[in-house]
Design a protein around this ligand. Structure first.
Ligand code: IPE
Ligand code: IPE
Ligand code: MG
Length: 252
């Protein structure tokens, strides 16, 4: 299998995925969009398992954006039901596999049951160290930045931070999951080439990978393809290729 071609010393620590294409996948088969979301859940299960097997440290999945609240009520309700279903049926296995669940986004907008189950899942899996599985639900990148700015303004108001000393590190420390590393690789399924308000701050130097595969069809093999592509890249972070290859950055 292609997985054997992966170099374990060059794996991305953090992979983020925009799971797009459920609706089109279903429509092409003459099925309802909601059926597409159900099929998408199967892909989600498979990809969580695969990421864990491959040794990914953090997997962040974009499940529901702040803009997705504007979809038809029946679709929003179904997505919330699916979230509840996932949290009810999958957390046991996730926990058994030593995976820690995290949530980013404005959870105050979630239905009570989803919020309660999400909190319980985060709590129960808190000490797991095998992998971190972070769900972006009711998540918007701009909202996250605004929420961070608000927290910092409050802290300044209380004299807890000096505005003059605000730097990138302090700012990033006020984001939703400041302890997680920035994504190394961002995968978008479903053929679109856009970021759709996902992790705007964190993807400053993330490698981007887009595929025409619709999310319900995405499996381990596709993930491995994305990882192989990532391993062929040279991440330069603003330096020249020669600097990177000579390790100049580390030596300063
Ligand atoms: C992604 O699939 C799932 C969510 C956004 C919740 P879409 O529902 O956006 O599917 P398309 O893009 O319409 O095909
Ligand atoms: C992005 O997909 C959000 C999720 C996958 C949860 P969308 O389908 O909402 O993105 P746009 O509207 O095509 O940009
Ligand atoms: Mg979409």
């Amino acid at each position: 299998m292609a997985a054997s071609r992966l170099r374990s010393d060059r794996l991305p620590r953090h992979v983020a995925i925009i799971m797009d294409g459920n609706g089109r996948w279903a429509e092409r088969r003459g099925r309802s969009r909601n059926e597409g979301h159900h099929a998408g859940l199967e892909a989600l299960r498979a990809v969580v398992r695969a990421a864990h097997e491959l040794g990914i440290e953090v997997l962040t999945l974009y499940a529901f954006s702040s803009e997705n609240w504007n979809r038809p009520r029946s679709e929003v309700d179904e997505l919330m039901r699916l979230l509840v279903h996932y949290l009810r049926t999958e957390v046991d296995e996730v926990h058994r596999n030593g995976i820690r669940i995290r949530m980013i986004g404005r959870s105050d907008r979630l239905p009570e049951e989803a919020r309660r189950l999400a909190e319980a899942a985060v709590d129960r899996t808190r000490d797991n160290r095998e992998m971190t599985l972070c769900f972006a639900v009711s998540y918007g990148g701009r909202q996250e930045i605004v929420d961070a700015a608000r927290a910092l303004l409050r802290a300044a108001e209380h004299g807890e931070i000096d505005p003059e000393r605000l730097d990138e590190k302090t700012f990033a420390g006020s984001l939703y999951a400041p302890d997680l590393p920035d994504p190394d690789l961002l995968i978008r399924t479903g053929a679109e080439l856009r970021v759709s308000n996902f992790l705007l701050w964190q993807i400053a130097y993330t490698e981007l990978y887009a595929t025409d595969v619709m999310w319900p069809d995405f499996r381990k093999g596709h993930l491995v393809e994305a990882l192989l592509d990532y391993q062929r890249r040279e991440r330069r972070f603003g330096l020249t290729g020669a600097q990177v290859r000579s390790g100049a950055a580390e030596r300063g």
